[in-house]
Design a protein around this ligand. Structure first.
Ligand code: ADP
Length: 483
């Protein structure tokens, strides 16, 4: 019954409202007209009754003189009026039938003498009755007027309204429909554009030309949402393509080595070498899978148990101690600048992973004879860790991309990793409400600086607030990781 399209629905309810308003208007107009005309005629009759009484003073006992006087003064028959003077049941004067024969004067009932003036309808006659008293007794004067004319006007008014209102209603409905269609056209256009949106052509946006400001605001908001979806989709696409590519290489090598070892009879040494190569690739493969898992888990569960107080200075010293063997092997001088405790709230293991990745990279990309320095400290409400090396460095274009997943500057620099280390570092920093930046120049070295919110008071003081902050950071990291 109720139409489905927005335009027809709005017009339907708009018409329903107009019908209700029109009906109420018609009813009250006709009712007030009747009340008003009846009141006006009654007032007129009351005035005439007083005049009749004044005129008839001194002649009430001489009906033959009274009749011509009233006829001359009021001409009731001609004016379709009725006048009657009586004392008890005795009628002293009564006018005749009116020219229009709207009522019969003889049939007008004789009511009892009223205490108060009274108006009542008798067929087509509106009758006003009032008692007057003088020294000769009580007289009743009935003064009436035909109500036919008033009724006719009232009927015509009702008919005109009953015909005019539906016409008005129809015109309003048509105009409303046209206006609404015009106002909703941009919405229809946006619906069609949204229906035809696909990820094959992700740069399509909703058209906004000529839209009403609020609809335009909606379109803009949806377009911004599409931008974000587009970006996320591109990232996810690139991420899966990169992941597949990175996983395929070690798998191909493993398959090749194992086929080599099993296809034909081969010397034991060769088989051992093939298996050892396959094992090496498998270790690399499981490293990549672990890194991917770390990235994807960061947002989901990490925030819930990341609520320890961690001293970055102590963590840096510990990491350097453990990793110094690696530096010695490459003849790189590694040191940590002595610093007082720098407390942050977070997950100790993850923060250690940040330091290990950064120091490991610094050693990896610094030639023998170079140096790596780790510094911790605090400024304002920020704690920082800086890892500086005198290594190969990199250009500005590379600096923008090294935090992307699977990005490596170039393989001819002897880079072995999967390009996930810095992406993990960045995700951990962001999950802690912090950030990472790099300053670097080719052949002069790099400095990676991690900044984290400094922990103002021991954690026990405000565990809930901290957990909330870390959980929020975890959620933000999840978004970032999905991007
Ligand atoms: P990987 O595991 O391949 O090292 P990362 O995400 O840790 O991946 O690093 C990405 C790229 O950033 C590396 O391939 C390397 O080219 C560059 N890089 C990282 N750290 C340094 C550094 N200290 N000096 C020069 N280049 C670096």
């Amino acid at each position: 019954m109720i139409p489905r399209s927005v335009t027809s629905r709005l017009v339907f309810f708009y018409c329903l409202l107009l019908v209700a308003l029109g009906g109420t208007f018609l009813f009250f107009t006709v009712l007030s007209f009747e009340t008003y005309t009846r009141q006006a005629i009654t007032d007129n009759l009351a005035a005439r009754t007083d005049e009749v009484w004044n005129l008839s003073q001194g002649l009430l006992d001489q009906p033959d003189k009274l009749a011509p006087l009233i006829t001359r003064r009021f001409a009731p028959e001609v004016q379709e009026r009725f006048i009657r003077i009586r004392q008890g049941e005795t009628v002293l004067y009564r006018s005749g039938d009116p020219a229009s024969h709207d009522f019969h004067a003889a049939d007008v009932p004789l009511s009892a003498s009223p205490l108060h003036p009274r108006a009542s309808l008798h067929g087509n006659l509106l009758l006003y009755t009032r008692s007057f008293t003088n020294e000769d007794g009580t007289y009743v004067i009935d003064s009436g007027q035909s109500f036919v004319f008033a009724r006719t006007v009232q009927r015509r008014l009702a008919t005109s309204l009953a015909i005019g209102l539906p016409i008005l209603l129809l015109a309003a409905a048509i105009a409303g429909y046209i206006l609404m269609r015009r106002a909703l056209t941009p919405v229809e256009v946006m619906i069609n554009a949204a229906e035809s949106y696909t990820f094959h052509d992700p740069h399509n946006r909703l058209p906004l030309v000529g839209a009403e400001p609020r609809i335009e605001a909606l379109g803009l908001a949806l377009n911004r949402m599409l931008d974000r979806l587009d970006q996320a989709y591109t990232h996810v696409n690139r991420f899966s393509a990169d992941a597949a590519h990175e996983l395929r290489t070690p798998l191909t090598i493993i398959r090749g080595e194992l086929e080599l070892a099993t296809n034909q009879p081969r010397p034991r040494a060769e088989i051992e070498r093939a298996i050892s190569n396959a094992l090496e690739e498998m270790t690399r493969l499981s490293g990549i899978v672990d890194s991917l898992l770390t990235l994807s888990r960061m947002g989901s569960s990490w925030g819930k148990h990341a609520h320890a107080s961690v001293d970055l200075s102590e963590l840096a010293r510990e990491t350097i101690e453990q990793i110094s063997l690696l530096a010695e092997e490459k003849q790189i001088a590694i040191s940590v600048t002595p610093a007082p405790p720098v407390m942050v709230a977070g997950d100790r293991d993850r923060l250690k992973q940040v330091m290990v990745n950064l120091i490991d990279n610094a050693i990896k990309y610094t030639p023998a004879g170079g140096s790596v320095t780790v510094q911790t400290g605090a400024g304002g409400d920020t704690a920082f860790v800086a890892v500086e090396d005198t290594g190969i460095g990199m250009g500005p274009e590379q600096q923008d991309r090294i935090f992307d997943r699977f990005y490596r500057v170039s393989t001819d620099r002897g880079e072995e990793g999967a390009g996930l280390g810095l992406a993990i570092v960045k995700a951990i920093c962001q999950a802690h409400g912090g950030s990472i930046s790099v300053r670097s120049a080719p052949k002069r070295g790099s400095c990676f600086r991690v900044e984290l919110p400094l922990q103002a008071a021991p954690l026990a003081g405000a565990p809930d607030a901290l957990e909330n902050r870390i959980a929020a950071a975890g959620a933000a990291a999840a978004t970032q990781v999905q991007n």
